[in-house]
Design a protein around this ligand. Structure first.
Ligand code: PMT
Length: 404
């Protein structure tokens, strides 16, 4: 179950160039299981047509406070009662000023005054408008009243300026709502995930590493947040932006990752080892190795096995899921790891040229004590959700009290 399944979200769209992103937001909210109704301000309709939101939400868009047909049935009160969350994205400086003042001069502000549901704002505006003391004062007052602010993000703006004021990405808004809602199949669970490669220093300028991009582990973190979990991601070096709502610990080497994971594993309900941890590390030379010799031998030493150490915890052992990256005998190797390390589940993938590492798609063979299944080739985001569903099922079967 997604964290937003059945959640009634009333989306207010105000006027600004970021209004076009609200269309994708509706799509993603519905993808996460929410029911969405849309109110647009007049200014918003100058940027995107109501028909776009009608098509994406599957319902007529509400525009006017003084719409005779709707108001004969007290349309604004009906909408206010219907909403379980009122989300305004993008929220302009103007709407925040009107909300602060308690105005009811259009349908959106009137519904906000009448609604008892939590109000969430995702602001978007020019950076100078955002930083203006009047806007900051409005933000402070709204926050003090319990209004939730998501963003804004920083970066290059449509006007060409750089600074705070960009609308948060739709996925980040959905993830934030999901983690607030606490209704997904992983709601209330703390999940620790390792992702990416490790780098094992040869000398101060060189290292040994592997092809892991972190995509699989980051997809798991994103999906776990969407299903209501509190997620900590221990990540080796990657080029990826961490998913919103996830606590991230950045590490370099297998030894660093071991320390970071073991320091947190006792507080986690579930550990998923998706990182491609180096199995061996060189003894690090204190200075850059010179190229005088015609050949060079590196003495490699075995790294600590993080997964085995987590699975061997006696006090507060989390439900422990290992990955297996194999070029041959996928299923036999996965079963071997499951038994050999006393794991609760293993997700095994074929790796090699253009498979498993770096690419966007993957396929998994998943096994656990007494069961197995195959998840066919799909985007890593979809596989992550499927794998987490299996993990949630097995976890809740082991912990029937937390399940109820
Ligand atoms: O990051 P991507 O580009 O998206 O690629 C995804 C992936 C292929 C890296 C991922 O799906 C994957 O298979 N991750 C595990 C890679 C790996 O190291 O597999 P392994 O069979 O060598 O290790 C088995 C398990 O032991 C893994 O859970 C690994 O995290 C863990 N391990 C390994 C060595 C070590 N010292 N400590 C460990 O915890």
């Amino acid at each position: 179950m997604n964290a937003l399944t059945g959640k009634k979200i009333l989306l207010g769209v105000t006027g600004g160039i970021a209004a076009y992103k609200a269309a994708e937001l509706v799509r993603q909210l519905r993808g996460a299981g929410a029911e969405v109704r849309v109110i647009m301000t007049r200014a918003a309709t100058e940027f995107v047509t109501p028909l776009t939101f009608q098509s994406l939400s599957g319902h007529p868009v509400h525009l006017d406070l003084l719409d005779a047909a709707e108001e004969s049935a007290m349309g604004h009160i009906h909408l206010a009662r219907w909403a379980e969350v009122v989300l305004i994205a993008p929220a302009s400086a103007d709407v925040m000023a009107r909300l602060r003042a308690g105005l009811a001069d259009d349908l959106l502000t009137t519904v906000c005054l009448a609604a008892t549901a939590p109000l969430v704002l995702a602001p978007a505006m020019n950076q100078a408008m955002w930083l203006n003391l009047a806007t900051q004062d409005n933000v402070a007052v709204l926050k003090a009243r319990g209004v939730c602010l998501l963003g804004p993000a920083e970066g290059v703006q449509a006007c060409g300026e750089t600074g705070p004021g960009r609308l948060l990405e739709p996925a980040a808004i959905v993830a934030a709502l999901a983690s607030r809602s606490g209704a997904g199949s992983l709601a209330g669970l703390r999940i620790l995930i390792s992702a990416g490669p490790t780098r094992e220093a040869i000398d101060p300028v060189r290292y040994l590493s592997n092809r892991s991009s972190g995509k699989m582990g980051y997809a798991l973190a994103q999906s776990a947040v969407m299903q209501g979990a509190t997620v900590v991601l221990v990540s080796g070096p990657t080029a990826l932006v961490p998913p919103s709502g996830v606590e991230v610990a950045q590490v370099q080497s297998a030894a660093d990752m071991y320390e970071a994971v073991l320091a947190r594993a006792g507080h986690a309900d579930i550990y998923i080892g998706a990182a491609a941890v180096a199995d061996y590390a060189p003894e690090t030379a204190p200075h850059k190795i010179k190229k005088d010799a015609s050949s060079l031998t590196l003495n490699l030493v075995k790294t600590p096995d993080i997964l085995a150490a987590v699975a061997a915890l006696t006090a507060s052992r989390p439900f422990t899921v290992g990955f297996a990256a194999e070029t041959q005998s996928l299923e036999t190797s996965a079963q071997g790891k499951l038994l050999g390390k006393s794991l609760d589940m293993v997700a095994a993938n074929q790796v090699g040229a253009g498979v498993g590492f770096e690419v966007d798609d993957n396929a998994l063979y998943v096994c656990w004590p007494g069961g197995e299944t195959r998840l066919p080739t799909a985007p890593k985001s979809k596989l992550a959700t499927q794998l987490l569903t299996l993990i949630a099922d097995r976890y809740h079967a082991q912990h029937p009290v937390k399940n109820s």
